[in-house]
Each structure stands twice: as C-alpha cells, then as structure tokens.
Design a protein around this ligand. Structure first.
Ligand SMILES: Cc1cc2nc3c(=O)[nH]c(=O)nc-3n(C[C@H](O)[C@H](O)[C@H](O)COP(=O)(O)OP(=O)(O)OC[C@H]3O[C@@H](n4cnc5c(N)ncnc54)[C@H](O)[C@@H]3O)c2cc1C
Length: 370
C-alpha cells in the first residue's frame, strides 16, 4: 500500500495496526510504532524466563499494556509502521536520486575489512567492523550516542536495544542475536532519555525500514530519522523467535542451554553453535527453516539497501566483514576510519560479490512473495 499525501490518509489507529500487521504475523518487532507513539501508550511486555517457555516472544495483543487507557487514536503507530507505509522506490529516490537496478541496491565500493582493536576483533561476530565504526564515530565526536543491541543475562541472549555513549562499552553489543530486536525504541531512548541528537545506529533491514518510514510517511515521526547521522546496516536472512531458536531448537532439541552459548553462526549451509568455548552443534540450516518468522519470509531485502554502509559475513573469509559502501556519508566515515587505523580493508573480489548476490536470490526464492 502506498499513501503519499496526508489528505489520502483515512483515519486509522492501533486497532487497524493489530488487524493488518500484528495478527497476520507481519510485525518484525522493529519498535517503530512504540517509538512513534506520542502518548507512550505502547510498551514491550516484560517477560520472565518461565513465561518465555510457555509463551513465545512474539507480538500479540498482550504485548501492549495500557493501550485502552492511554491511546488517543492519533494513528502515529499505524502511519509509522514500515509494513504499512514503507515505500522502497520513494526512499531510494530520496537517498540516491533513482531506484537501484542492481540486486544489491546502490553501492559505490565493496570491501572485506577487520577492526584493528584487539578486544573488538576478538569479540566480533565477523571482523568487528560494526563496532570499530561506532568506536571511530564516538571517539571523533561525529555522533554522541550509538544505538546497538546487547543481550540480557537472564534469560541469556535475549536482545535488548541499548544506548551506548562510552566507546569502551561497545564490545558488550557484539555478536549476532538471531532474534528480532526493537532497535527503533533505542533511538527514541537516545533522544528523550539521553538527550542525544547525533546518533549512529546498527540495524537489520526491517529496522532500517522503520527508521526510513519515520521520514517518508506523510504522518512520519521524523524526529527519529533526523537524529540519525549514520546507519550501519546488517545483512539479514531472517530471524527466529527466542522461544523457537533458544528454547525449542537449542535447549529442548539439542540440550544446549542459552547461558552456555558463546556464539552462533548461521551461513548459507549451516548453523554452528559454540558453547563453553567449543563447537557444540553443527547442523544443516534447513532444520531451522520451519522456524523462520513469517515477517522475515515477506522481507526481500537481504543486504540492507537503505543503510549508509551494509555489513555481513557472506563473501569474506572467516573473521572478516563484507562491507558495501552506499552513501557519501558512509564512504567518508568508512574511509576515514581506515585512514585513522580503526579498520583495515581490502577490496572485495567479484567472486565474493557473486556469493552475496546468490544469497539475495536465495532469500527471494524462499520468501513468500504475495
Ligand atoms: C538477525 C541477523 C541475521 C543475519 N544474517 C546474516 C546472513 O544470513 N548472512 C550474512 O552474511 N550476515 C548476516 N548478518 C550480519 C552478520 O551476522 C554480522 O552482524 C555482520 O557481518 C557484522 O559483523 P561484525 O563482526 O562487523 O559486527 P560486531 O562488531 O560483532 O557487531 C555486531 C553488531 O550487531 C548488532 N546486532 C546484533 N544482533 C542484532 C539484532 N538482532 N538486531 C540488530 N542489531 C543487532 C549489535 O548491536 C552490534 O552492533 C545477520 C545479522 C543479524 C542481526
């Protein structure tokens, strides 16, 4: 659905969001509806570990509290939802001047890169480039807050949007959590709780679509987008609910308890789980296929087309990050971080780019295309 003018908007509100997005399981849990609500009527439900075993972490009616009492039916939640209002063509024209022809989206250059900081490198999911870029932008005062996703300790590995202002704490957010994170709430928190207006954010494609919707929707809560000075986008094949991945698949099926896990790797072929510092599980990715969240099956953006720079593992050797430089500001920050020796980089080969494209196509072919 494309709505381009305020006059075209029929008054819709939270009930419509439930009906059109949440109930049909199209919600990615990006958090934009919550961030855009001017009355703070929407919040994420707090859950105990026990409750998680009984009830998976998905958006359902009871994830929202107090809605009846606080909701003014202003419709900001509805009109800032990327599932309703996001328009890729409009956003690409706005950012790059034209719709991209290449299946990777617009990009200027491609690299494989690594963080030079030993702690960041050691703790990284791939080469630690996401964290090295944040360190560079914070230390050089290009931004005054980084919005990232850390994990909770209890239950372990549950994603938590987090605002970081001290570069020394950035390592806490490293490694990929393959569960949905409401990152856009972190941006609101940086703005209103931390009073920071120059923000760098690390985000998956659905979260980036949420950020962009606040800019391009006629009823967009544009303060969110205007505060963002750098979008570090992650490649993403999809996410799994915490209950499916950590409880049903890892704990119950394979006997691996979340708190023992050091790292999870998911590539085209395999899932590898390292627990207590050794490889505990190597299984074919197809075992996870039935757990892929429905909203992720609808997503056609593997490489994060609207980020300033996009990062992934595919295409580069182990312990390197694949980097696509998209915008001018992304190019400047990345090249300056290389010049200042926060990052070392080599050009990415055509063969490596081909691998990235294969995964773009695979995601499209496995997805739901209705
Ligand atoms: C859900 C998910 C699926 C992915 N799937 C693929 C894939 O199929 N193929 C591929 O090549 N790459 C994939 N990636 C990207 C890859 O796993 C790395 O995140 C990327 O290469 C950056 O690595 P790094 O070492 O530079 O990051 P690090 O320095 O280790 O930093 C990791 C960053 O990721 C952020 N992060 C972690 N989990 C989440 C989350 N759930 N939502 C938002 N941000 C998060 C943290 O805030 C941190 O800033 C995926 C990432 C995510 C989050």
């Amino acid at each position: 659905m494309k709505v381009n003018k305020l006059s075209e908007i029929k008054e819709k509100s939270f009930d419509d969001l439930m009906k059109e997005v949440v109930t049909p399981r199209l919600c990615t849990i990006c958090g934009t509806c919550i961030a855009a609500c001017p009355h703070n009527a929407l919040i994420l439900r707090k859950e105990s570990f026990k409750r998680l075993e009984l009830h998976e972490l998905e958006v359902t009616r009871d994830i929202y509290k107090s809605i009846e009492d606080l909701c003014e039916k202003c419709g900001f939640c509805y009109y800032n939802c990327p599932e309703i209002m996001f328009d890729l063509e409009k956003a690409e024209k706005e950012e790059f001047g034209a719709v991209a022809r290449d299946e990777l989206g617009h990009f200027q250059k491609a690299y494989m890169a690594q963080a030079t900081d030993k702690k960041i490198f050691k703790n990284a999911q791939c080469g630690g480039v996401a964290t090295a870029l944040l360190k560079y932008t914070l230390e050089n005062k290009l931004v005054n807050a980084a919005v990232v996703v850390t994990s909770t300790e209890h239950p372990a590995w549950k994603p938590k949007p987090t605002v970081i202002t001290n570069p020394k704490s950035l390592w806490k957010a490293q490694k990929t959590k393959y569960t949905p994170a409401a990152t856009v709430i972190g941006v609101k928190s940086a703005l209103y709780e931390w009073v920071r207006f120059r923000i760098a954010v690390v985000a998956t494609p659905c979260q980036v679509r949420g950020l962009w919707t606040t800019k391009i929707s006629p009823k967009g809560y544009s303060k969110i987008f205007d505060s963002i000075k750098l979008i570090i986008g992650l490649f993403c094949y999809g996410t799994y609910s915490y209950n499916d991945l950590f409880i049903k698949f890892l704990a119950k099926k394979h006997g691996i308890i979340p708190s023992s896990i050091n790292r999870i790797e998911l590539d085209t072929e395999k899932i590898r789980v390292y627990a207590d510092n050794k490889l505990e599980l190597e299984a074919h990715r197809r075992q996870l296929r039935r757990y892929l969240r429905k909203s992720c099956k609808h997503c056609h953006d593997f490489t994060n087309r609207l980020a300033d720079v996009s990062l992934g593992g595919i295409g580069s050797p182990e312990k390197w990050t694949t980097v696509l430089i998209r915008t001018e500001r992304g190019r400047k920050v990345f090249e300056d971080a290389v010049k200042e020796r926060y990052i070392k980089a080599k050009p990415l080969s055509d063969g490596a780019l081909k691998k990235v494209k294969e995964l773009v196509r695979l995601k499209l072919s496995e997805g739901i295309t209705d």
